[in-house]
Design a protein around this ligand. Structure first.
Ligand code: GDP
Length: 195
């Protein structure tokens, strides 16, 4: 699946702009700077397909990428900007809610968690929204190369314990490093085999 073409389809700012729901899709969510763009680029083997959107004004689009005609990968705006204006945050939350509860072909949400930080309060908000929307989500630890094995294991325990409180959580998490390539094949296989 990932050996074929990967294309940027469009950036969507409102529900009517979503592409036709004609194939399965997965989405990626995470705090800004969690390593989401790097992960999408590592998965697709394209250096700058997904761009780090580090300016609050540029974060509101839901970006669609197509893996051939088989799957969509959906890049949700990063959340948790301290200085994002309230109006932007509210608009984004409304779009996110409609997307998560209204997209029939969405099979799984990958929630990215920085291996140095674990699950934070701002992550909990999205996990609760995923519960309410009944979207199965899977935690993906990012930047695993940045911590020692002991630190990583401690964070894995913290994340597992946080996930255990969420009915929509998929029990297995994936540990990744976009820099080193760890976990990338595993994640590709998960995306390719979802039904
Ligand atoms: P985004 O805002 O979630 O899209 O985050 P980016 O992908 O732009 O990554 C944020 C920062 O973390 C950048 O400086 C990346 O180079 C760095 N980064 C991302 N993934 C990794 C990783 O696996 N290992 C390391 N060491 N750094 C990473």
């Amino acid at each position: 699946l990932f050996a074929g073409p990967v294309d940027f389809v469009k950036g969507v700012v409102a529900m009517p702009g979503l592409p036709p729901a004609d194939r399965l899709e997965v989405c990626f969510a995470g705090r800004s700077n969690v390593g989401k763009s790097s992960l999408i680029n590592a998965l697709t083997g394209r250096k700058s397909l997904a761009r780090a959107s580090n300016t609050p004004g540029r974060t509101q689009e839901i970006n669609y990428f197509a893996l051939g005609d088989q799957r969509y990968m959906v890049d949700l705006p990063g959340y948790g900007y301290a200085e994002a204006p309230l109006a932007i945050v509210q608009k984004w939350q409304a779009l996110l809610k409609s997307y998560l509860s209204g997209r029939q072909t969405l099979r799984r949400a990958f929630v990215l968690i920085d291996t140095r930080h674990g699950v934070k309060a701002v992550d909990e908000e999205i996990l609760q929204l995923l519960d309410r929307s009944a979207v199965t989500f899977q935690a993906v630890l990012t930047k695993a190369d940045k911590v020692s094995r002991a630190e990583r294991d401690a964070i894995i325990d913290q994340v597992r314990s946080a996930l255990s409180k969420h009915p929509a959580a998929y029990p297995e998490l994936v540990v990744t490093s976009s820099e080193k390539g760890d976990g990338i094949e595993t994640l590709r296989a998960i995306i390719a085999t979802l039904e």
